[in-house]
Design a protein around this ligand. Structure first.
Ligand code: G1P
Ligand code: ZN
Length: 544
């Protein structure tokens, strides 16, 4: 075995963000950059020698090269076995599924999620722990601390492993198993959802669907599940071949970036149901014919109807949503008499609640929905959940949502993003908001009276850990809310996210356009945070 110990010096910018370490591909291609971070992971994982890890990625540019490096480093660091997806492909939820199914020590996911890929695009590395979920902050902080002191890394001098066919290999003393990327995941989906019922529903011929994989990782999964197993016609899945640059697109399933699907669903002779997933398959967008379901509403509708689906027939232990996600699901939880948890942004905060059996479904406004079946959000899971509901109820997407609003009222909701703003003014904007917090409560602004104003802090109910500074919240006495936070996943400058929400109980007003309904709050957000002044922008770059 030809073990090499390579001297290196720390990079000081390897702090994991909301979802692992994300940088541009050229950053990752700097000599030793990836190696340093991977070595820091191995150095931080106590007891990983002899253990099994899952490794896979979303197929973006540099995925294959990175996997070969990681395999050789794992072998040199005494890892016992690596399970790797065929072709290096594993969606994020499928990785979580494999970690749990084979009870591995953890896993390494190579993805920058919905960020563009290609030689000038983004890349990322995320470590997941043995429950299948993203490493909690104490682990990512240990990894970061290690990146700052690293002096050497270990790697095996060996040839590349052929990832293109399932099979078993040896790398030094380490076992490598190249595994079918799709089968274990699709088997789990078939346990949770009524595939027979969905198959019959599609076969009956009165229902058409279109699933957009955005040239990203879910293509093989979606084709196997929707076309092969559920019998939807060939061509149901569009953009279904994972490409290294995602066809030069931005694989983020929202109204702006998934425009091809949006045009189909809002066009003439539109299908009944449309869905898209992101780069690594953990996000989803749900559309009906000429109808968009906000992710916050999607979580609420799934919660309200969960017992119609086999996997959740026994009811839900509780639900959880990230703080900026609308309170639509809170109303459902209250009616069902189950707990509803409000966590900071990022899926990692749901892990403890899911492990402790306190929450069954979880969701984020950022097109993320999931459950206790894995420890990541899961795009295709959400699509199947909706399909199962449509098949059982025979209702349209719009009908299900409109009836939901009639029962619970409507939480109008929108997020305005100001992308790639210079970091300094963005930090100043947040700082001057922070200064105002103490004096805002009780003030009347643009007809709204401030009920509370704070910077969200979360105490994990399971392990007591505290996460501070998770976003500035300004709540008004009528239940409306504005939230400001800076993105933790961007790679260029800063991204300001402004989350706007109001509550409308009157069904006669539920048809109003969201941006119109939120117009006063949008103006107020600018007035309070001086967005135009600090960002120099007169409008957001993305509205979802
Ligand atoms: C964004 C989303 C957040 C999500 C994360 C990873 O993080 O807002 O909800 O968990 O991507 O997909 P942000 O860039 O806001 O830190
Ligand atoms: Zn993602």
């Amino acid at each position: 075995m030809n073990l090499q110990i390579v001297s290196t010096t720390p990079f000081l910018d390897q702090k994991p963000g909301t979802s692992g370490l994300r940088k541009s591909v050229p950053d990752f291609q700097q000599p030793h950059y990836l190696e340093n971070f991977i070595q820091a992971i191995f150095d931080s994982l106590e007891g990983c020698e002899g253990q099994t890890l899952v490794v896979g990625g979303d197929g973006r540019y540099y995925n294959r090269q990175a996997i070969q490096i990681i395999l050789k480093m794992a072998a040199a660091n005494g890892i016992g076995k690596i399970i790797v997806g065929q072709g290096g492909i594993l969606s994020t939820p499928a990785t979580s599924c494999l970690i749990r199914k084979y009870q591995t020590f953890g896993g390494i996911i190579l993805s920058a999620s919905h960020n563009p890929g290609g030689p000038e695009g983004d890349f990322g590395v995320k470590y997941n722990i043995g429950n299948g979920g993203p490493a909690p902050e104490k682990v990512t902080e240990a990894i970061y601390a290690r990146t700052k002191t690293i002096t050497e890394y270990k790697i095996l001098a060996a040839g590349d492993i052929n990832l293109d066919r399932p099979g078993s290999f040896k790398l030094g003393t380490m076992d490598v198993e190249v595994m079918d990327s799709v089968a274990p995941y699709s088997a789990l989906m078939a346990e949770l959802f009524d595939f027979d019922r969905i198959r019959e529903f599609i076969a009956a011929g009165n229902f058409r669907l279109c699933v957009d994989s955005m040239h990203a990782v879910t293509g093989p999964y979606a084709k196997a599940i929707f076309e092969t197993q559920l019998g939807a016609p060939a061509g149901t899945v569009i953009n279904g071949v994972p490409l290294e640059d995602f066809g030069q697109g931005h694989p983020d399933p929202n109204l702006v970036y998934a425009h091809e699907l949006v045009e189909i669903l809002f066009g003439e002779d539109a299908p009944d149901f449309g869905a898209a997933s992101d780069g690594d398959g953990d996000r989803n967008m749900i559309l009906g014919r000429h109808f968009f379901v906000t992710p916050s509403d999607s979580l609420a509708v799934l919660t309200a109807n969960a017992t119609l689906v086999p996997g959740y027939r026994g009811g839900l232990a509780g639900v959880a949503r990230s703080m900026p996600t609308s309170a639509a699901v809170d109303r459902v939880a209250a009616k069902l008499g189950i707990d509803c948890y409000e966590t900071p942004t990022g899926w990692k905060f749901f892990g403890n609640l899911l492990d402790a059996g306190k929450a069954t479904l979880c969701g984020e406004e950022s097109f993320g929905t999931g459950s206790n079946h894995v420890r990541e959000k899961d795009g295709l899971w959400a699509v199947l959940f909706w399909l199962n509901l449509l098949a059982v109820t025979g209702k349209s997407v719009e009908q299900l949502v409109a009836e939901h609003w009639q029962t619970y009222g409507r939480n109008f909701y929108s997020r305005h993003d100001y992308e790639e703003v210079p970091s300094e003014p963005a930090n100043e904007l947040m700082a001057q908001l922070q200064v105002q917090l103490a004096t805002l409560p009780g003030q009347t602004l643009g007809g709204y009276t401030v009920d509370y104003a704070d910077n969200f802090s979360y105490t994990d109910p399971v392990d007591g850990s505290v996460s501070k500074n998770q976003g500035v919240r300004i709540g008004f006495t009528d239940g409306s809310r504005i939230v400001f936070r800076l993105s933790g996943t961007g790679t260029k400058g800063a991204t300001l996210r402004v989350y706007l929400e109001s509550y409308e109980p009157d069904p006669a007003k539920h048809g109003e356009d969201t941006q119109v309904a939120l117009g006063d709050l949008i103006a107020l957000a600018d007035q309070v945070a001086k967005i135009k002044e600090f960002t120099g922008r007169d409008r957001p770059t993305v509205i979802t």
